[in-house]
Design a protein. Structure first.
Length: 419
C-alpha cells in the first residue's frame, strides 16, 4: 500500500473527528441532554409503557363511570390545558397574562354566586382545599376552634380537624337528609368558630337549609361556610329552570364563604375549584410575606401552582356561557329523572327523591353490588352509612348508557339477592 493511502486515511479520520466534535458541541449547546436522548424510538417505548398502565383505568368517555363527581372535561379544556402547561400562578409576575385570566375567571364565579363588591376569590385545587382554606380563615378571624357541621359533611373536614387542631361537632340530619336546624341551635356556643352548610351533599346531593343557617349565623355573628363543591354549578341553573331549590349564595347576608368546584359540574379539568370570600381583607388572615417572588404577599396553602387548569376552566366558561351550563344541567336532570324511573321500575327503592343529579339506591348490601358491578366494568359508589349505592348523572351519561346499565344492575341485584 502506498504512503498516500495512509495520508488520505489520516486526513479522513481527522475530518471525521472534527465533524463529531462539532455535532456533539451543537447537541450540548442547542439541545438539552434530555431532548437529545428523547429520540422517536425512545418516545414510542415510553408511550407504550404508559399506555399499558392506562389500559387498566376506567375512562369517563366509556360512559361506564356512574359514580364519580368528575367528568371528561369539555374538549376545549384539553387543548388549552396543554397550551398553559408551563405557567406558574405562584409567581404571578412571570405570567401576568395568565394572572389576568385567573382574575377574570374569579369574576365569572363571583357573579354566578352573587358575591358582593367587597368579595374576593381564591383559586384552589378543589373542594378539599376550598374547605381547608375556609376553615383556616374562620379560625384566624374567630380565634376559636369548633366547627358545627352536618353528619353528611365531606370527609375533608376530618383532615381540617387533624391539620389545624380543630374540633368537629356533628349535627344530625332530618329525615330529608339535611341539617337539623333545631339541633344546630342547641350546639352553638361561645367556642364556635364556624358553621358549615352543604349545597349539594356528597352522598345524596341534598341542600341544607342555608337561608335559615344564614340568619342564625348573622344573629350569632358566626362565620358561615357553604360547601358548594358539587352544587355550585348546579343550583343556580336549577333555579332558572324553575326547579324548587333552596337559596345558597351570597344574596343571603350570613354566608361568609362558598367553595365551588370547576372540576365537578363546571365541566373543566382537574384540579380546579374556587373559594369566594365575602370580604377581601379576610384573605390577609391567611397571607404570608413572600419576599422571594414577585408578589409581596401570598395567600392560601399552595405556592407553585399551574395556570393550566385555570386557563382551561376559563375557556370552558367562555365556550359554554351561561346558557351552555344551563342546558347541561337541564340535560343532566332529564337523565336523572329517566334513571330514577328505570330504577323504580326494577322495584328498587331510592333513598329520597333526588334534589339534583345524584341518586341514592337503597340496598341491603351495597358493597356486594358495587364489587360485582365493578367486575362487569361499571363503577358506582357504595355508601355504607346510608345503605345505598350512589349514582352521579354527569354530563357524559346519556339515556342510552342508562338503558345499557339497567339490565346489568337488575342481573347483579338478582345474583346477590337484592331482587
Ligand atoms: N365537598 C363536597 C361536598 C364533595 O362532594 C367533595 C368531593 C369535596 C368537598 C372534596 O372535593 P375534592 O375531592 O375535589 O377535594 N366529592 C367527591 C366524592 O367524594 C370527590 C370525588 C370525585 C370522588 C370524583 C371520586 C371521584 O371519582 O364523590
Amino acid at each position: 500500500m502506498s504512503i498516500s493511502f495512509f495520508l488520505d486515511l489520516g486526513k479522513n479520520i481527522f475530518f471525521l473527528v472534527i465533524f463529531l466534535i462539532i455535532v456533539s458541541f451543537f447537541n450540548c449547546y442547542f439541545l438539552s441532554p434530555v431532548m437529545v436522548s428523547l429520540d422517536s424510538k425512545k418516545r414510542q417505548k415510553i408511550f407504550a409503557e404508559l399506555k399499558q398502565f392506562q389500559q387498566h383505568d376506567f375512562s369517563f368517555s366509556s360512559g361506564h363511570i356512574l359514580g364519580s363527581m368528575c367528568t371528561v372535561p369539555q374538549p376545549i379544556a384539553r387543548e388549552v390545558y396543554m397550551q398553559f402547561l408551563e405557567t406558574n400562578l405562584g409567581d404571578p409576575e412571570l405570567c401576568p397574562g395568565t394572572k389576568e385570566i385567573e382574575s377574570r375567571y374569579i369574576t365569572f364565579i363571583s357573579q354566578l354566586l352573587h358575591a358582593p363588591k367587597t368579595s374576593a376569590g381564591q383559586i384552589v385545587s378543589g373542594g378539599t382545599e376550598g374547605n381547608i382554606t375556609a376553615m383556616w380563615i374562620a379560625k384566624q378571624l374567630s380565634g376559636k376552634k369548633e366547627i358545627l357541621l352536618p353528619t353528611s359533611a365531606h370527609f375533608s373536614f376530618q383532615k381540617i380537624a387533624s391539620l389545624m387542631g380543630m374540633k368537629l361537632i356533628e349535627i344530625p340530619v332530618t329525615k330529608e337528609y339535611v341539617m337539623d336546624v333545631a339541633e344546630l341551635k342547641k350546639k352553638i356556643h361561645t367556642t364556635t368558630a364556624a358553621v358549615v352548610g352543604l349545597a349539594g351533599s356528597t352522598e345524596l346531593g341534598t341542600i341544607d337549609p342555608i337561608p335559615e343557617l344564614s340568619e342564625i349565623c348573622t344573629d350569632e355573628h358566626i362565620f358561615f361556610h357553604v360547601d358548594a363543591a358539587f352544587g355550585g354549578f348546579v343550583i343556580p341553573f336549577l333555579k332558572e329552570l324553575q326547579y324548587k331549590v333552596t337559596d345558597f349564595d351570597f344574596q343571603l347576608k350570613g354566608v361568609s364563604t362558598i367553595s365551588i368546584d370547576s372540576h365537578k359540574m363546571g365541566y373543566a379539568a382537574i384540579p380546579l375549584g374556587t373559594l369566594v370570600v365575602r370580604k377581601k381583607q379576610w384573605l390577609e388572615t391567611i397571607s404570608v410575606d413572600s419576599p422571594y417572588i414577585s408578589s409581596e404577599k401570598q395567600a392560601g396553602i399552595l405556592g407553585t401552582r399551574s395556570g393550566a387548569p385555570v386557563a382551561a376552566a376559563y375557556a370552558v366558561a367562555r365556550f359554554l356561557g351561561h346558557e351552555g351550563y344551563k342546558q347541561m344541567v337541564q340535560s343532566c336532570m332529564e337523565v336523572t329523572q329517566y334513571t330514577e324511573r328505570r330504577i323504580r321500575e326494577l322495584g328498587l327503592p331510592l333513598v329520597m327523591k333526588p334534589t339534583m343529579n345524584v341518586i341514592g339506591v337503597k340496598l341491603k348490601k351495597p358493597g356486594h353490588v358495587v364489587d360485582r358491578l365493578s367486575k362487569k366494568g361499571w363503577r358506582v359508589n357504595k355508601v355504607e352509612r346510608l345503605s345505598c349505592i350512589r349514582l352521579v348523572l354527569m354530563p357524559q351519561i346519556t339515556k342510552q348508557i342508562i338503558d345499557e346499565f339497567i339490565p346489568v344492575l337488575k342481573k347483579t341485584c338478582e345474583e346477590v339477592g337484592e331482587l
